[in-house]
Design a protein. Structure first.
Length: 176
């Protein structure tokens, strides 16, 4: 695997909030087309080399992330891509529908909010999960302590969470 790149595989998640459709790219280890795997979506190599059903892995991750969105957000589709090498054009391999819905009951601001989960890779690169239109808790301070948020800890080892208003979405949504 090329250090901190999307090679050899990644997942593109498509989700829709009350305000628009969004995409999230999740880097993965090697994907293999393994007929008969759960959901017939193949298998991802894992860090312990055991392998994991791609469908199970993706759905488990979306389940863990759905708690950060309100129930006006639905997760629509995932597509698995592979790359022959770090410079290759990504090739779509499998696309499957998702059915998860956000479960956050917050009434705080979410329109055009960008929530960024920052973490380190095994090679000390920086990876981000960016959630668009997820509630802000009406706070825009950086969070660097996670012992009070088991939902955040369920995703990954984080270095910080930040909230901001996404300027591109503000324009797209016609906000001033």
């Amino acid at each position: 695997m090329a250090p901190n790149s999307l090679f050899p595989s990644y997942v593109l998640l498509q989700y829709t909030s009350a305000f628009g459709q969004h995409f999230m790219t999740i880097p993965t280890l090697l994907w293999n087309d393994t007929p008969g795997a759960t959901g017939d979506a193949g298998v991802f190599t894992t860090w312990d080399s055991v392998g994991r059903s791609a469908d199970d892995m993706i759905n488990d991750l979306v389940d863990a992330m759905a708690v950060f969105w309100k129930n006006d957000t639905t997760f629509d589709l995932y597509t698995i891509y592979t790359l022959a090498d770090a410079e290759a054009t990504p090739q779509p391999r499998v696309a499957k529908p998702l059915t998860q819905v956000g479960s956050n009951v917050s009434t705080s601001w979410s329109k055009a909010v960008e929530t960024t989960f920052m973490m380190r890779t095994d090679l000390f690169g920086i990876r981000r999960l960016v959630f668009l239109d997820a509630p802000s808790g009406n706070l825009f301070d950086k969070i660097s302590q996670f012992d009070t948020s088991p939902e955040a800890l369920a995703i990954l080892i984080l270095t910080q969470i930040t909230y901001t208003l996404n300027e591109k979405l503000r324009k797209e949504y016609g906000m001033t």
